[in-house]
Design a protein around this ligand. Structure first.
Ligand code: GLA
Ligand code: ZN
Length: 698
């Protein structure tokens, strides 16, 4: 392992900045001048500019005004601040929708939307692509050689889908290509004979809809694949002029973590750098449950941190370990959180360092200055309506700015992971669609992956988060919870991994369907049956108030004893070649195996047949990672809520100590002497971490 180059050699430092919207303040030159002073004071070195500026750049079709952007870019350059310049396509001017109504998005229930909001355009419509191409070409031509230009920020948070006629046609073309022009093959793959849904002409195929077809899983999953591909096709169209005119300027587009609508793995070849927008619900309580962002019902910020780290690690792994960008985070509140809890003093700094600890080379915020009007005027920002630097939020941002300046050595370093968790978008789609073993309830695939991640994270064991198509060979431990869909070749690759000495952990509801969502015949877990040495004959679903238990066998290689509570799902197993490590306590499947291990070549494959309480996962992974001698960021006992994470350049480790509790925590560093990079002090023995504090030691 060695270091990756900086995002752009023009700026070989960690990046600190924010979304900057000067187009909202063009009638206030005093504020624009003040912005530059405040940015320098906050230690900002790069600002994201122009994200929603289309109408200010092109007030009427074909009529362009770049004078304001020239002034802003020049001012930033003179102040030594770089620009991450956006293509403005995430929101369109009214004139565009008026003249080309076909660019307006059509919803799944086949209603065309009106102009308004953002992200409401069709990714297929030639008119939109053409207008986007023109403005992007102009931006590239005008600013390609500007000294401030650091990189391109393509659009903003691509997402959603369009069901217009143009998209229907593109979908059919996509299907024809996928199924070699054969409707027979498509009908076979989608099992359309069920309910007499067999298609006899391509024109009969429509995207999934609440007023049409919504239960043909093969169609739904292919539609989601198409939406990803069509979004990428639009991205390529956006990129074409930029790649041509500015081949050396890196590009990114900001992702949304585990956003279910797009399979981010398919984007990576188009992008130079991965970036994402992270909005965890810190200090949350019950109300934020299911808001789609990390939250904890009991207000345990370290659980929010672990779940956020899971997404950070996906972003790092998308480009094989290359540092990513934390493109957006809020310095205080997010105005769309159900309850807008202020970030407690230190939390912005701590959550920023959480990202850096997991491989981010940047700390960036949404937004630089609070808007005066419209829906985001109450969203957190570096500069409040009060306009001065004398705020708690600004001071904390400035402190982060000065911290980051001391961490040049981190640029390009990555996280040395020996463990990987498989979190796979297509698998998620298939699980979410499936009508079993519970109906219209969240089967919690994502949370299950995060629950397996948490104990490792808490031990300070670095974890990669990958898709089932990634290379497993560099890992010692691969964990693939709920691997419901097993695409072609995956089982074989997992077999090779274990054969050569790897350890695999699988759970209930694995190996059920293939990539077309067709069930495997001949016994679950389908192609994983040999490797795991088991047959999963049936799966039982439990009501929320019901539970069972897993009883460890008196002698088992994990050294675990006693009982652990089971809930939600219990599979009834037959151990074929596998050894039984634990059995069910109750119900008609009492004494049947619930935890097994199968020796396969030089490695071992574990199978956990039921959803089990967290305490088990903690004990299980403590035992397993100990037996495998997996490296930890710090060989020390960590109090609950304190975390140690590591980045490395291959020879030198940079260890982050993070306290996610509101109380001081003590960590014993032992006899080694460390250098703390933020204070320059030497540390050894027992050290105190203040509430929400962070230290970076080498
Ligand atoms: C998203 C968008 C931003 C802004 C923030 C608010 O991440 O990219 O433009 O709306 O949310 O949290
Ligand atoms: Zn469309």
């Amino acid at each position: 392992m060695s270091k990756y180059p900086p995002i752009n050699p023009k700026l070989p430092h960690l990046i600190h900045g924010a979304d900057y919207n000067p187009d909202q303040w063009l009638d206030r030159p005093d504020i624009l001048i003040e912005d530059l002073r405040l940015m320098k004071q906050a230690g900002c070195n790069a600002m994201s500019l122009g994200i929603f500026s289309w109408v200010t750049l092109e007030p009427r079709e074909g009529e362009f005004d770049f004078s304001w952007l020239d002034r802003i870019m020049d001012g930033l350059a003179e102040s030594g601040i770089f620009v991450i310049l956006a293509t403005p396509t995430a929101a369109k001017p009214a004139w565009l929708a008026q003249k080309y109504p076909e660019v307006l998005r059509v919803t799944a229930d086949r209603r065309r939307k009106l102009q308004g909001l953002r992200h409401n355009h069709c990714y297929t419509a030639p008119a939109y692509r053409e207008r986007a191409g023109i403005i992007n070409t102009k931006l590239a031509g005008r600013y390609g050689n500007h000294p401030a230009l650091l990189m391109w920020h393509i659009s903003n948070e691509y997402g959603g889908e369009c069901h217009c006629q143009l998209c229907q046609e593109a979908f059919r073309t996509w299907l024809r290509r996928k199924y070699d022009d054969s409707l027979d093959r498509l009908n076979q793959a989608w099992w359309t004979v069920f309910w007499s849904h067999t298609y006899t002409q391509w024109e009969q195929i429509e995207s999934p809809s609440p007023i049409g077809e919504s239960l043909l899983h093969g169609l739904t999953i292919d539609w989601k694949r198409f939406v990803t591909d069509q979004t990428i096709d639009f991205l390529r169209a956006e990129l074409a002029p930029l790649r041509e005119i500015t081949p050396n300027v890196p590009v990114t587009t900001n992702f949304m973590g585990t956003y279910p609508g797009l399979n981010y793995w398919k984007f990576v070849d188009e992008l130079d750098v991965i970036s994402w927008d992270s909005y965890p619900c810190w200090h949350s309580k019950g109300e934020t449950k299911d808001c789609g962002h990390p939250a904890d019902e009991q207000g345990r910020d370290w659980r929010v941190a672990a779940d956020t780290a899971f997404s950070h690690s996906i972003m790092r792994c998308l480009k094989g370990g290359r540092p990513f960008m934390l493109m957006e985070s809020t310095p205080s509140v997010s105005n769309w959180h159900p309850v807008q809890k202020l970030k407690r003093p230190g939390m912005n700094r701590l959550s920023s360092f959480l990202a850096v600890a997991h491989g981010s080379d940047t700390v960036q915020y949404f937004q630089w200055r609070k808007s005066r009007g419209s829906s985001e005027k109450l969203h957190g920002a570096v500069v409040d309506h009060t306009g001065s630097e004398n705020t708690r939020i600004f001071r904390e941002v400035a402190r982060i700015g000065s911290d980051l300046k001391k961490l040049d050595a981190l640029v390009g370093t990555t996280v040395p992971a020996e463990t990987a968790i498989v979190y796979d978008w297509e698998n998620r789609w298939a699980i979410d669609e499936a009508m079993g073993p519970v109906y219209r309830r969240n089967k919690k695939y994502e949370q299950t992956c995060k629950n397996h991640h948490y104990p490792l994270w808490a031990l300070g064991i670095p974890v990669d988060v990958i898709s089932m198509d990634c290379d497993f060979s560099s890992y010692k431990l691969v964990i693939a919870p709920m691997l419901y869909m097993v695409r072609e070749g995956v089982a074989e690759r997992l077999e090779t991994f274990v054969e050569q000495g790897g350890t695999l952990v699988c759970t209930y509801w694995s190996g059920i369907v293939d990539q077309n969502d067709l069930c495997f015949l001949g016994g679950f877990p389908g192609p994983l049956r040999m490797l795991l040495g088991i047959w999963a004959e049936e799966i039982d679903a439990l009501y929320p108030q019901e539970h069972n238990a897993l009883i460890m066998e008196p002698v088992n290689e994990l050294g675990l004893t006693g009982e652990y509570e089971l809930r939600d799902f219990c599979e009834i197993l037959h151990a074929e070649t596998a050894m039984v490590l634990a059995r069910y306590r109750g119900d008609f499947y009492r004494s049947k195996p619930v935890l097994t291990v199968n020796g396969f070549g030089k490695g071992r494959a574990y199978y956990l047949a039921a959803r089990v309480e967290e305490r088990f996962l903690q004990d299980f992974y403590a035992s397993l990672t100990g037996a495998l001698s997996l490296k930890r960021a710090l060989a020390a006992d960590l109090p609950e809520g304190a975390s140690a994470q590591v980045r490395s350049d291959g020879s030198k480790d940079y260890i982050f100590l993070l306290n996610f509790t509101q109380a001081p925590q003590t960590i014993d560093l032992g006899e080694r002497i460390f250098n703390e990079m933020l204070t320059g002090k030497e540390l050894t023995g027992r050290i105190d971490l203040e509430p929400f504090d962070v230290k970076v030691i080498t």
